[in-house]
Design a protein around this ligand. Structure first.
Ligand code: APR
Length: 256
């Protein structure tokens, strides 16, 4: 295929802009004192974890919004557990990628650092991240619907239906579902981090699910420089100080 001169100059201009933006972000990172990172499904997509709103996010034609709700679990706990069991089986065979590793390195370099992830796959912890809030929970934890005991559970496949070993009641995934609130302790921590960081990196999230979708605005209002790294444009792109387009596994390591 041949490109017209116009197409070539557009591609060149886009490349130049991205190159300039990358250098600017590298400089901002060098100058920053306190760094915060917000991640979504896009950072794990490069490891092979299906995103929620991408075409690979469907399971038996259900969307995440159809299954990740307290109502869906009440109506049909087996269906919801089968979906989580499928996701646990997919994630069990997956390892962190270069973007997860780069976030660990950023944590090592910054004395003031905090990672806020919406991902429940546990890949940030598996990569070595320690200063983090998993604000939507963790797919490898279960919680009793009666006594509320929370435990790690790595059994794959998980027996249907899983029951609490303390009180015998039904277990549920320890995940914050649509319509549920984040843990107050996580919300407090995120508020502190967002208001005190001078740079926020927003990596691989569609920015449509609140409260995380409002985190960039909180940091920006408090004076932080906010940069997005995403494969695509998002509803938040226009409000960012800078947007880098690309795969997380390719772009995030360039920030080191
Ligand atoms: N590199 C960078 N970004 C990517 C990549 C990649 N390799 N692949 C996909 N993306 C981007 C997509 O362009 C999209 O903007 O990642 C984003 C993924 O968006 P969602 O699937 O909506 O995931 P997320 O934003 O994490 O969803 C938020 O919604 O379903 C709930 O609780 C669930 O935590 C989840 C929340």
């Amino acid at each position: 295929m041949r490109h017209s001169p116009d197409t070539v100059s557009c591609v060149a201009a886009e490349y130049m802009t991205q190159e300039t933006e990358l250098r600017l972000l590298q400089a901002k990172i060098s100058a920053a004192r306190s760094l915060a990172v917000l991640t979504g499904a896009g950072i794990s997509a490069d490891s092979g974890v299906p995103t929620f709103r991408g075409t690979d996010g469907l399971w038996r034609n259900f969307r995440a919004e159809d299954l990740a709700t307290p109502e869906a679990f009440e109506r049909d706990p087996r269906l919801v557990w089968e979906w989580y069991d499928w996701r646990r089986q997919v994630i069990a065979g997956i390892t962190p990628n270069a973007a997860h590793a780069a976030v660990v390195e950023l944590e090592r370099r910054f004395p003031e650092f905090w990672l806020i992830t919406q991902n429940v796959d546990g890949l940030h912890r598996a990569a070595g991240s320690q200063k983090l809030s998993e604000i939507h929970g963790n797919i490898w934890k279960v919680r009793c619907t009666s006594c509320e005991a929370v435990e790690e559970n790595y059994t794959v496949p998980i027996p249907m239906l899983p029951m609490c070993r303390h009180c015998g009641a039904l277990l549920r995934p320890h995940i914050v579902w649509f319509g549920e609130s984040l843990l107050p302790s996580d919300l407090t921590r995120c508020g502190e981090v967002l208001r005190s960081c001078d740079l926020l990196l927003v990596i691989g999230t569609s920015g449509v699910v609140y409260p995380a979708a409002g985190f960039a605005a909180i940091a920006k209002d408090a004076g932080a420089f906010v940069a997005e790294i995403n494969f695509d444009s998002t509803p938040q792109s226009a409000a960012m100080d800078l947007s880098l387009k690309g795969r997380a596994k390719d772009v995030v390591p360039l920030l080191l």
